[in-house]
Write a new protein. Structure first.
Length: 409
């Protein structure tokens, strides 16, 4: 293993430093566990938000307004490989069917777990519960935590990077992984640009109560304002993702709960019965963002720091976790070939594999947004015909389901 000697100062030396202890960074730490044990790698995690042991040990109290993520079946299988899925599924709501439609048009596509031969097409899990399971596992590993702490300065040096932290620590690493969601400005500090294309849309997210059992059905509905999705949650509750032309969401954020639910009912229809309650509403602008240099010598960029997608197909975290697993595989192959962890050839091979998967997912999700964003009459009729045809042709429908589940790339 190649290490860097810094004779000028008392800097610590690490094999890998993970910047960001959120869902992606924590997943990477868990996925590295066998290699840490096998090769004795010294790994540090830097997280800006405080984590407490008490929060990991206290009784779980599910919240009606807790943010949740759609986990594809392929992602569940990867968590199973990491020994995490049995704990995660304790708070997971399985998606048995997916219903795709366009408001005001005939035709719909229905995907079912039975047809594809799986127990569930995916699962919806509170982010807080996923984080708890991941951090419980991390607490069992010989990792060095700097929390709460931020990277004040990240400098390339021969053989890796030097990190100056807000808590005063000085770290060096053969490989630094940016999994901080891109909010820290570290990419910009290193001169890594991003391609950014705004959708001119804003997502409004909230939990809503429904009057009848959802029976594990997830809904994707395209409207003239933008796509909206409903994901099943425990009991008679669902997570709403409602996209608006940017600026128009402000009026809905100001509505009373009663008027908000009335407008939601009008936009979505009655497939889930009546909407009975709504939790706190949150918004965030939507853009397609991709890092121009996902890898450099001694550096890899993962998760939202590498790519931010439209939530229409629910593929963001699923794509990120495939990146985590592929990076771990590449690092193990590099170790077997006696290459340093930050070897550019190893990282370029990893990026070559990721680029095709990433391009496919972006093409799929971005294409849906743009196709259903066109309002020309002939195109609207063609979309309706396409949904009907897709529902009638089994092989096409099953292929779409397997791709959405992350079982095919």
């Amino acid at each position: 293993m190649q290490r860097v000697d810094y004779a000028a100062g008392p800097a610590l030396t690490h094999d890998i430093v993970i910047v960001g202890g959120g869902l992606v960074g924590a997943s990477l730490g868990c996925a590295l566990a066998p290699l840490i044990e096998r090769y004795g790698w010294r790994v540090a995690v830097i997280e800006s938000s405080p984590l407490t042991t008490q929060s990991l040990e206290s009784e779980w109290q599910p919240s009606f307004d807790a943010r949740a993520s759609a986990i594809a079946e392929g992602t569940a299988q990867r968590f199973q490989q990491l020994g995490l899925w049995e704990a995660m599924r304790g708070e997971a709501t399985p998606i048995q069917r997916i219903h795709i439609s366009e408001r005001g048009r005939l035709g719909a596509t229905r995907l079912s777990a039975n047809e594809v031969g799986v127990d569930a097409l995916g699962h919806v899990i509170p982010n807080a519960w996923m984080g708890r399971v991941l951090h419980r596992r991390l607490a069992q590993l010989p990792l060095e935590w700097h929390c709460p702490a931020k990277v004040a300065e990240l400098t390339p040096v021969p053989g890796g990077h030097h990190l100056t932290l807000s808590d005063g620590s000085q770290l060096t690493a053969g490989l630094t992984v940016l999994a901080d969601g891109g909010r820290s400005g570290l990419k910009e500090q290193l001169g890594i640009g991003s391609r950014r294309e705004s959708y001119e849309q804003t997502a409004l997210i909230a939990h809503v109560g429904v009057s009848q059992p959802h029976q594990g059905v997830a809904y994707e509905r395209f409207t003239s304002e933008g796509p909206m999705a409903l994901l099943p949650l425990p009991g008679q509750a669902m997570e709403l993702i409602w996209t608006h032309p940017s600026g128009s969401e402000k009026a809905r954020m100001m509505l009373s709960d009663r008027e908000f639910l009335r407008q939601l009912q009008q936009a979505f229809g009655d497939r889930v019965g009546r909407f009975t309650q709504v939790g706190p509403r949150h918004t965030y602008p939507l853009s397609l963002v991709t890092a121009e240099e996902p890898v450099r010598p001694g550096l890899a960029v993962l998760g939202n720091a590498a790519h931010a997608l439209h939530p229409v197909a629910g593929q963001g975290f699923n794509l990120a976790l495939r990146g985590v697993m592929d990076l771990v595989d590449a690092l193990e192959q590099g170790e077997l070939s006696k290459r340093p962890l930050g070897d550019l050839g190893t990282l370029q091979a990893f990026e070559k594999q990721r680029s095709q998967d990433r391009a496919n997912v972006i093409r799929f999700s971005d294409g849906l947004v743009r196709l259903f964003g066109l309002s020309l009459p002939l195109i609207s009729h063609a979309r309706a015909a396409g949904l009907i045809s897709l529902n009638l042709v089994g092989p096409l429908r099953r292929g779409l389901a397997r791709r959405a589940m992350g079982l095919e790339r």
